[in-house]
Write a protein that binds this ligand. Structure first.
Ligand code: SF4
Ligand code: SF4
Length: 479
């Protein structure tokens, strides 16, 4: 066997100015990727099974009767790892988002789009669920192409109808599970088992999700990664020469050339036999031999395809492999670069701070506000009084009895308005009015700083400060 002589190695530059999924007129080019197979594909299927089990099982996992994960944006109620979080925890939320952002940067700088290929729900559902069904019903790429070009007849209607019916059913299932993460599995069960009129918003939400998922997986497909996903679009600024991505070894592969029977091997030549199988299996329709591109979701299909070819032509595997530009170019792979060290240091600091804040988070949050429309009142016994509205948020799953005390100034006294002990219900919020009195002589000016604490069974659980309003021209006296 010999290679068709490949003269000078040249990259095809058109790929920089064109999208493989858009033609010259700007119309969508439908991608028919060849069925993937190989060790990476099998490993990814294993990971997919695990992640899908987690995704579909997640809403049913309960910790002491509470969901493991609930992100109820509508009622602003969040349960993460069984712990309740409230909008009042927005500092934690903001810090979590910043930490996540730094983690994503660090991870991407080091390992490129590993997430996209192995764990992103879009890739998992598209390549390992919906595409599998398509292969099963319509066959491999060539058969799909043939079916699409064929006139509508019984076979085509049956195949297409069955495929889209299954797509709809799976989209419906995904919509229910996604909804369960938002409103809880119990509420989803109510929507499913009762009349749509009784839960119109929930019912419409489920419908909307179903249409969305069906639209993405049946039609929009790789465009979600290429044109919509912000993470995909960030790659150009995140990836560096040392980032590990799906990489074609151009040093080894070029000059490429086709193998031909009964012809002597032309030397020198690279290992790429220009079979284009790596292109035919690519779900985003690109040629990885042109280098790292925004469209590449690191799905590993081209690695498997090329390994198979290399095995057949007797060359070592790994012409397309997980590697970095620097590793291919200079033969050295550096993972722990100064940039990575810097990001890692920032990430460590953020995680430590986040851990500290979560660990020391108060069970009850107390917000003290002056009652609207009130200033101060002089009482007959020589005191100045202010009325406060105090709001308590119970972030736990137990009722908490609360007693409020004024810590400073020491001469201040507090009266709760309304009878009985104040109990903050689990995951609940309560507001109560309080009158705080300070002797006239202890007031330092128009505004005096006061400190209040909430006690649970004699244990201080939260403190807050507020301003106490007094009369103008009050004689300044030490407290
Ligand atoms: S599969 Fe491998 S040998 Fe075939 S064209 Fe792609 S890189 Fe070259
Ligand atoms: S280039 Fe390879 S890894 Fe990237 S999307 Fe295409 S097949 Fe997947």
């Amino acid at each position: 066997m010999a290679l068709e002589s490949s003269t000078v190695y040249e990259f095809e530059e058109e790929y920089r100015n064109t999208l493989s999924t858009v033609d010259a007129e700007g119309k969508r080019v439908w991608i028919y990727p060849k069925k993937p197979a190989g060790q990476y594909h099998r490993a990814r299927l294993g990971v997919t099974v695990l992640l899908l089990a987690l995704f579909f099982g997640g809403p049913f996992i309960q910790i002491e009767g509470r969901p493991f994960l609930l992100l109820n944006f509508f009622e602003r109620r969040f349960i993460i790892f069984g712990q309740a979080f409230w909008p009042q925890d927005f500092i934690l939320l903001a810090l979590t988002l910043i930490t996540l952002f730094v983690f994503i940067i660090l991870f991407t700088v080091a390992f490129g789009r590993l997430w996209c290929g192995w764990a992103c729900p879009q890739t998992i559902f598209m390549e390992n669920v919906f595409r599998k069904i398509e292969y099963w019903i319509e066959g491999d790429a060539n058969q799909q192409r043939k079916l699409d070009r064929a006139p509508w007849g019984r076979t085509k209607i049956l195949k297409k109808g069955f495929k889209h019916l299954l797509f709809l059913a799976i989209s419906l299932l995904i919509a229910h599970i996604a909804m369960a993460y938002l409103i809880g599995i119990g509420r989803v069960q109510e929507i499913v088992t009762q009349s749509p009129a009784a839960h119109l918003a929930g019912f419409l939400g489920l419908l909307l999700f179903t249409v969305l998922f069906y639209g993405v997986f049946a039609r929009f497909r790789e465009q979600a990664c290429i044109a919509v996903c912000p993470y995909g679009r960030l790659q150009s600024v995140l990836l560096v020469k040392n980032s590990i991505v799906v990489m074609y070894d151009w040093i080894r592969g070029e000059p490429r050339g086709k193998l031909k029977k009964n012809q002597p091997v032309a030397e020198p030549r690279g290992h790429c036999v220009d079979c284009k199988l790596c292109v035919h299996v690519c779900p985003t329709g690109i040629d990885i031999r042109n280098g790292t591109q925004l469209e590449c979701v690191n799905c590993t299909a081209c690695m498997d395809a090329c390994d198979d070819v290399m095995g057949k032509v007797g060359y070592p595997k790994g012409l397309i492999r997980y590697s970095s530009h620097a590793a291919v170019e200079k033969g050295e792979q550096r993972v722990f670069t100064p940039r990575i060290a810097g990001y890692a240091a920032v990430l460590t600091a953020l995680v430590s701070l986040l851990g500290f804040l979560i660990f020391t988070r108060a069970d009850v949050e107390m917000t003290v506000l002056k009652a609207p429309g009130t200033l101060y009142t002089k009482t007959d016994d020589g005191n100045i009084s202010n009325v406060y509205n105090i709001e308590f948020v119970n972030k736990t799953f137990d009722d908490i009895p609360v007693e409020v005390r004024v810590e400073a100034p020491a001469s201040a006294s507090l009266v709760k308005i309304g009878p009985g002990e104040l109990v903050i219900p689990r995951e609940g919020m309560v507001k109560n009015l309080y009158i705080i009195k300070i002797p006239e002589g202890a007031i330092t000016g128009v505004k005096t700083s006061i400190v209040l604490s909430a006690y649970q069974n004699g244990r201080k659980i939260e403190s807050a400060t507020a301003r106490f309003v007094g009369p103008i021209n009050m004689k300044k006296t030490a407290i």
